[in-house]
Design a protein. Sequence first.
Length: 365
Amino acid sequence: MTGAPTEEHPTASARHDPARRSFASDNAAGMHPEVLAALVAANGGHVASYGADPYTAALDDVLRAHFGPAAVPAAVLTGTGANVVALQALTHRWESVLCSEHAHVLHDEGGALEHVGGTKLIPLPAGDGLIDPADLERAVRRARGPMAAPVGALTLTQSTELGTVYSAAHLRELVGVAHGLGVRVHVDGARLANAAVALGAGLGELTTLLGVDAVSLGGTKNGGGIAEVVVVREEAAAPGLARLRKQSLQLVSKARFLSAQLLALFEGDLWLRNAAAANAAAALLARGLEDLGSRVRLTRPVRANAVFASMPAAVAERAAERVPFFVWDPDHGPGTVEARFVASFDTTGGDVSALLGVLGEELAR
């Protein structure tokens, strides 16, 4: 059998429509061409496995430049894997982890931390996606009784599930309160790059340089393919970090291909360019939604690459069939839903105009 495509065996490119665009998630986008080129360049010859390769060594140096000389990086496959490895490294088995009531680790990771790490998650109120230091302190003190699981770590999402961002001052206060109570701090940074662009700050300036103990740094949502990395401050790292990665099924044999993707993103400014493009597309979309009339209303501040808006349920249902997006709250009001639109690194002005055109047509029906 030859490799030529047939009706029964189409080429990979024929399995989807490359012209189709989506605002459902930045996970829907492909790889940035520079990341794909880095993978191809890493493919020749034989190199050592399990991270004993020149790409991983170079990545360690690059990440220390971002997060400080004491940073300990560990590349992993998935965002869930990154969160599980990082939070296990920061906590004892009998401790609990505080998180936002909207947290991805709480709602969208299948109970992975509880199942793999055996660690209880305790949600805190966060109406705008942001945790208040006073709520943090109350929860830590409440869990000190003999019948409770004491708090070992606080996990924060940056940017948040609601598209908001923690300012450096807010983060500094949370870290100060947490550390004062003997609690370590983790940042789920699947979209940390988007938050950094929104705040005009570096990756380390919003995390380890403020005292954050561990970071799950996202690559997949920002132009990578399958590439995430845990970064832990050396003094905060459990001695078994490397073994936790292995036991959590996140140690990759051909690690050079993970490291090559992350190098392409973080060695230069590609992470910054990609996040800036996504944020700009989201801002453009937000302005366009405001011009669609009173039946469409922005429901949350637009700070990074996510836009939330209310609209008639029937309009959302029809429009999402034409250009995919996610219904965040199906019961937002009588006959109304809250939709979430996520811009990707490759979202163009034309993509935004096309979506707005579809929404305009459906509103007019």
